[in-house]
Design a protein around this ligand. Structure first.
Ligand code: NAD
Ligand code: WQD
Length: 349
C-alpha cells in the first residue's frame, strides 16, 4: 500500500514510519509542517532504517495546497495515518481557537481529500483523555467518553465523532481511532525519541531532563491520592509498541475492507503504574537517584486510569512487548543523545 503519515516528523509518527519500513513493503510518505518538530527526524529515520522518507512541508489546515501540492502529485494513496495535531494540554486552554483550528481543520481537510481521491483506509490518533475521570478501571472501549477537560481533549473527542460519521456516510472506506494511553520511551537504538520544545509537562521527559540538569526541580503532583503509594496511576506504553499497533491496524483495515466501517481501540499495557514506580524504574535503569519534592495535585489530573487492551490484543493481534523499565532506559539513552545534539540550542530553563 501507499501510505501517507501526517506528522511524520513527530514523536509517534517517526516511530511508526520506522516500524512501517522495517516490517512491511508499504511505501510511506509524510506531511509535516515542522510546527513541533524539525527535518532532522528524517535523518534519524534514515540512520535507523537506511531509507530516506519523503516529506511534504505543508500545513494540513490549508486545503488548496494540500490538494494541489500533495494529492494531485502523489496519486493513489491507499491509507492515511493521521498523527499531525497540536498536543499541549495547557497551551490549548490558553489558545483554544488555535487548537480547534489546527486539529479539526487538518482532519476535515484530509477527509475531504479521502473522498475526492478515493483513499480507502484511515487511522486517527486519539487519546485516553476522551474517557475523562472514570471511576471504574481498567477502561474498555465501551466505557463512556466524557466532555473533555481541555480544548485539546475536546479536539480528540470531536475528531473521533467526525471520523465515525464520515466513515458511516461513505462506502469503500474504513477507519479506526486508536486511543493512546501515556506514550513514553524512545526507539530501542536510542537514536530517535521525543523532541522537547519548551519546558516539558509530561512525567517522563520531566524526569530525564531533570536528571540531565536541564530543569531544576522534580515535583510530584500530589501524594494524597487513594492509590497504593498516594501518587496518581497511569498506563505508560512504549512508543514503539504504539507504533507497531498502527502497522497491525492497517492490516486489519485492509482485511476487513467492505465489512468494517469504523472501530476504536485502546492502546495501553493494561498495567497501572504510580509516579513513584516510574521514578523507581528510572533509578534502576539509569543507576541514578532522583531528588524530588512533593507538590499539590495538578489541576485537571485524574487519580487513576489504565487500559483494558483486550480488544486490540484480540482483533489487531497486538501484544505490547516493552516494560516500563525498557521505556525509562531508552528515554534515558535518548536524553544523552539530546544532550549532544541540542548543546547549541537554548535549553528550556
Ligand atoms: P508531535 O507533536 O511530536 O507530532 C505531531 C507532528 O504534527 C509534529 O511534527 C508537527 O509539526 C505536526 N503538525 C502539527 N500540526 C500540523 C499541521 N497543521 N500540518 C502539518 N503538520 C502538523 O506529537 P506526538 O506525540 O507524536 O503525537 C501524535 C498524535 O498522537 C497527536 O495527534 C497527539 O494528539 C496524539 N496523542 C499523543 C499523545 C502523547 O502523549 N504524545 C497521547 C495521546 C494522543
Ligand atoms: C502523568 C502523571 C502527573 C509531571 C497527558 C495528557 C493526555 C495524554 C497523555 C495526549 C500524572 C504526574 C507529571 C510532573 C508529576 N496526551 N506528574 N510531575 O497527565 O496522564 O496525560 O499526556 O493525548 O491527554 O493530559 O500525563 O505525563 O503529564 O502525567 O507528578 O512533573 O505524572 O500528575 O499523575 P497525563 P503526564
Amino acid at each position: 500500500m501507499k501510505i501517507l503519515v501526517t506528522g511524520g516528523a513527530g514523536y509517534i509518527g517517526s516511530h511508526t514510519i520506522i516500524d512501517i519500513i522495517e516490517n512491511t513493503n508499504h511505501e510511506v510518505i509524510s506531511i509535516d509542517n515542522f510546527s513541533n518538530s524539525n527535518e532532522d527526524t528524517f535523518d534519524r529515520i534514515e540512520k535507523i532504517t537506511g531509507k530516506r522518507v519523503k516529506n511534504y512541508n505543508l500545513d494540513l489546515t490549508a486545503y488548496k495546497s494540500l490538494k494541489e501540492k500533495f494529492f494531485d502529485v502523489e496519486k493513489d494513496i491507499d491509507g492515511i495515518i493521521h498523527f499531525a495535531a497540536l498536543k499541549a494540554v495547557g497551551e490549548s486552554v490558553e489558545k483554544p481557537v488555535l487548537y480547534y483550528h489546527n486539529n479539526l481543520n487538518s482532519l476535515i481537510n484530509l477527509l475531504k481529500c479521502v473522498q475526492k481521491y478515493s483513499v480507502k483506509h484511515f487511522i486517527f490518533s486519539s487519546s485516553c483523555t476522551v474517557y475523562g475521570n472514570v471511576l471504574k478501571q481498567p477502561v474498555t472501549e465501551e466505557s463512556p467518553t466524557q466532555n473533555a477537560e481541555s480544548p485539546y481533549g475536546y479536539t480528540k473527542l470531536v475528531g473521533e465523532n467526525i471520523l465515525k460519521d464520515f466513515s458511516l456516510s461513505i462506502s469503500e472506506f474504513n477507519a479506526i481511532s486508536l486511543r493512546y494511553f501515556n506514550p513514553v520511551g524512545a526507539h530501542i537504538s536510542g537514536q530517535n525519541g521525543e523532541l522537547p520544545t519548551g519546558r516539558p509537562n509530561n512525567l517522563v521527559p520531566v524526569v530525564t531532563q531533570f536528571a540531565s540538569g536541564w530543569i531544576n526541580e522534580l515535583t510530584v503532583h500530589g501524594d494524597d491520592y487513594g492509590t497504593r503509594d498516594g501518587t496518581a496511576i497511569r498506563d505508560y506504553i512504549h512508543v514503539s509498541d504504539i507504533a507497531h499497533a498502527h502497522v497491525l491496524a492497517l492490516e486489519y483495515l485492509s482485511k476487513s475492507f467492505g465489512e468494517l466501517r469504523y472501530d476504536v481501540f485502546n492502546l495501553g499495557t493494561g498495567i497501572g503504574v504510580t509516579v513513584f514506580e516510574v521514578f523507581e524504574a528510572f533509578e534502576k535503569s539509569a543507576g541514578l537517584k532522583l531528588d524530588y519534592n512533593i507538590g499539590p495535585r495538578r489541576s485537571g489530573d485524574v487519580e487513576c486510569i489504565y487500559a483494558d487492551n483486550k480488544k486490540a490484543r484480540t482483533k489487531l493481534k497486538w501484544m505490547p512487548k516493552y516494560t516500563i523499565e525498557d521505556a525509562m532506559k531508552t528515554a534515558w539513552i535518548w536524553q544523552q543523545e539530546l544532550n549532544l545534539i541540542r548543546d547549541d540550542m537554548v535549553r528550556p530553563e
